[in-house]
Write a protein that binds this ligand. Sequence first.
Ligand SMILES: Nc1nc2c(c(=O)[nH]1)N[C@H]1C(S)=C(S)[C@@H](COP(=O)(O)OP(=O)(O)OC[C@H]3O[C@@H](n4cnc5c(=O)[nH]c(N)nc54)[C@H](O)[C@@H]3O)O[C@H]1N2
Ligand SMILES: Nc1nc2c(c(=O)[nH]1)N[C@H]1C(S)=C(S)[C@@H](COP(=O)(O)OP(=O)(O)OC[C@H]3O[C@@H](n4cnc5c(=O)[nH]c(N)nc54)[C@H](O)[C@@H]3O)O[C@H]1N2
Ligand code: SF4
Ligand SMILES: [Mo]
Length: 751
Amino acid sequence: MVKSRRDFIKISALGATGVAVGSKYLFAENNQKLKDTPKGPFKLPSDFTRTPTYCEVCFWKCAGWVYKNDKGEVQKIKGNDDDPNSNGRFCPRGTGGVGMYNDSDRLKTPLIRVKDKYGNQTFKEVSWDEALDYIAKKLQGVIDRHGAECIALFTHGSGGKYFGNLVKALGSHNIAAPSYAQCRGPREVGFIATFGDGLNSPEPTDIRDTKCLVLIGSHIGENMHNGQVQEMSDAIDKKATIITVDPRYSTAASKSKYWLPIKPSTDLALLLSWMNVIIEEGLYDKEYVEKYTYGFDQLKEHVKNLTPEWAYGITTIKPDIIRKTAREMGHASPSVIIHPGRHVTWYGDDTQRLRAVAILNALLGSWGRRGGFYIPDKAKVPGVPHPPYPKPTRSWRDAMQGKYELADLALANGVCDATIPDPSLGCSIKAWIINGTNLLTTLPERQKTIEAINNLEFVAVIDTMPMEITGYADVVLPECTYIERYDSLRVTQHREPTIALRMPAVEPKYNTKPAFWMAKELAKRMGKSDYFPFETIEEELDWQLKQVGTSLEEMQRIGVKKLKRPYDDLYFKDGEDVEFNTNTGKIELYATSFEEYGFDPLPKYTPHPEPPEGYYRLIYGRAPMHTFSRTINNPNLSALKDENYVWINPKVAKEWGLENGQEVYLQNQDNVVSSFPIKVRVTERIRWDSVYMVHGFGHGDKKLTRAYGKGASDSELITKVMLDPIMGGTGMRGNFVTFLTSKPVKEEAES
Ligand SMILES: Nc1nc2c(c(=O)[nH]1)N[C@H]1C(S)=C(S)[C@@H](COP(=O)(O)OP(=O)(O)OC[C@H]3O[C@@H](n4cnc5c(=O)[nH]c(N)nc54)[C@H](O)[C@@H]3O)O[C@H]1N2
Ligand SMILES: Nc1nc2c(c(=O)[nH]1)N[C@H]1C(S)=C(S)[C@@H](COP(=O)(O)OP(=O)(O)OC[C@H]3O[C@@H](n4cnc5c(=O)[nH]c(N)nc54)[C@H](O)[C@@H]3O)O[C@H]1N2
Ligand code: SF4
Ligand SMILES: [Mo]
């Protein structure tokens, strides 16, 4: 096996020595006076105290400080200046995170279902002991009857680490997050096939020093991933060329030299024609391609006829613009980034589209180069010692019948499939633990998710809010918010490795608890205490931190610890020999691993279904002040935006007689009608063949007093997926909608 360059990077050495402290770390004693610490850009009263945290509003995981007044009340959350993910500044959602703590609709105490099995939140309030005993008994029952392999965990968020430890200790490896097969999975697989390395998070895009940034869908500015938004703004100040490819005039498009309003679903044709121009006009980085890549001749032959004129007929982008933008990239090379995007599960051929993105970056020599992609580094913090996990004999993969072997993480949709009984496969999954993921709005094909749930013997949900998913739980465990708890250390990659601490600023409100405590209590009840060797999370964190030369006491004071990179190796050095973690040890323009598995080693364009007459493609994205469905009820953030709109081109609006602000219901190709109406926004900023809406709205639970019935849910209308044959991702942009000016009578009679 050929080693990747990153394998040679040694464990980061920490300078500081640990300060020994006792085993109790009560947060109240560790608050510091603001006057002892550096001041931020604006002044807070000097009797304010602060405690470190990292943000849980999205998964960029910015590190910051929670400030309290002299009465001990939370007042403000701000970034930590030493944190590379935030550079001391939080985005609007992170600042509004305090609303999550203050939300009066929060889950307040453990709940056990009392009647009508699924969908409705009919629960009785119970004590923690009752809830935990009940879960332990139910899980043990599943293990006794079917084996531990019939337990699955869905998770998105910090507590997943502790529930993951529990589930693995019980003997199951069915642990899936929607941030893979519903998000960045195809990108990781496409880049691993090309460079031998994925991108992970935060993506190592060297945006601040780039000369040319190409955004294909990635709507940075609405997608508020913090450091990347800041770097794009720096790049614009430094006169970088921005090229945005999007059927919608996004915020990023408005900052761009070129906006390419592509016909949706045709990006792969554009990417291939860019390769054609870059190769034909000799704009590629010849030395780099010669030294580091494999398969250039095959690629050249493959794109020979895929000219801008060919692509024009498919994408509607003029040949002249395709050539001009290709030359912009060529002239900026190697300080150019064809941005890989993040939510890339669009049309089912997503891994191949992302392969094309990776190939283009390789041709332009941007991987490992300043202004392209830097080589990230990450602190090596040892895990807690525990006995080996039992080896499962089965997993969700058995239900895939040999498909998706290139998926490097579990598929949330795969776990769902493995829950729907199939007699040919033996046992299906029988119990779900769901932590911090609102599966009904997160997974497409809601009917399938419900069908899977209906086949389960037991569902436990750990959440902070009464969301759609808690309605399907047998037991609901209320987690305290991130402002009220410790969690595992934040260890993310960046230009410099860092460690960040989250600690409680205040005691948990209501009868809520942190995930560490819940998982440990369940482990105790199920005879798995050995897997949680520390009595408290403070002891566990302190032990871990001491292994790397710091301590909980130091981290409580500084929040973020910056480590030194062991070598000066942020970029490849001129002429340096590099081995890549691929079969050939080279950057594979021609993917031998795909060939091995029977997939096209070079990406091919194939057309996708078009909307039927009177229907429009449903596309979706982000609003700067919201994260998925989790923030819609947040009092601070719903005050900024409490409903979404459906963007419609004026030509289409005229045809349908629709006006700005008018309410419509959306009906999709499978006759599914949105539960709630959505207001029309007539705008030239969207192509005539598509409509656009922000994801996360249209909540159907009345317990969410601010979010209930506001706007419409894209998730409900995504009843059809285009599966990625390579890694099983769920392409979600092949759904088409039409407009109804009133709700169909039949639907009303049912509700
Ligand atoms: N404010 C905020 N920021 C977030 C998040 C959030 O919830 N809120 N979530 C974070 C997460 S987890 C992710 S994965 C990212 C997602 O953010 P990105 O990876 O940037 O998302 P995209 O899938 O690119 O989708 C949005 C854009 O794609 C365009 N689009 C639709 N169809 C097509 C097409 O066929 N071709 C092209 N070229 N463009 C198309 C849409 O018009 C829209 O502008 O955002 C992250 N940042
Ligand atoms: N239709 C459609 N589907 C999508 C997307 C889309 O744009 N459109 N985007 C996809 C992408 S890119 C991603 S990454 C995923 C995101 O998927 P998810 O992360 O599942 O998104 P949310 O809908 O925000 O659900 C989060 C849940 O976690 C709960 N929660 C919040 N904080 C905490 C906490 O501290 N502890 C616990 N225990 N629970 C907490 C919230 O109340 C909520 O129920 O969705 C994917 N699915
Ligand atoms: S980008 Fe915003 S929401 Fe996401 S972690 Fe950072 S501050 Fe929080
Ligand atoms: Mo995502």
